[in-house]
Design a protein around this ligand. Structure first.
Ligand code: ZN
Length: 106
């Protein structure tokens, strides 16, 4: 008997976008993980079920396109995807707290 094992060599795992259903290599996706019954993009670890959304296609980050996959959380995930795009900037929205003492010599 010959065991019909799938070949495990050099196969690039493909994933399907939860929004547009396109198949692409995993590296081109943002991963959303379902942890404890909730979807979360920032879960970081690889437990639970994953869903993938095109990393470079803002069209795929729209709530209406995500609704099929994320249902009630579509809006939340859409927001996370859109925020993900912004480069984390520590001075982002910090109010200019720098006090510039004006030397008044009258
Ligand atoms: Zn997509």
């Amino acid at each position: 008997m010959t065991a019909a094992l799938p070949p495990s060599s050099k196969h690039v795992p493909e994933r399907t976008c939860a929004a547009c259903r396109r198949k692409r290599p995993q590296s081109e996706f943002l991963r959303v993980t379902r942890v404890g019954g909730k979807w979360d993009m920032r879960a970081g670890n690889r437990v639970g079920r994953g869903a993938y959304v095109c990393a470079d296609t803002p069209d795929c980050w729209q709530e209406k396109r995500l609704r099929r996959a994320f249902r009630a959380q579509a809006a939340e995930i859409a927001e996370q995807l859109q925020n993900h795009q912004k480069v984390p900037n520590q001075n982002h929205s910090a109010p200019d707290a720098r006090v510039s003492p004006e030397v008044s010599h009258v």
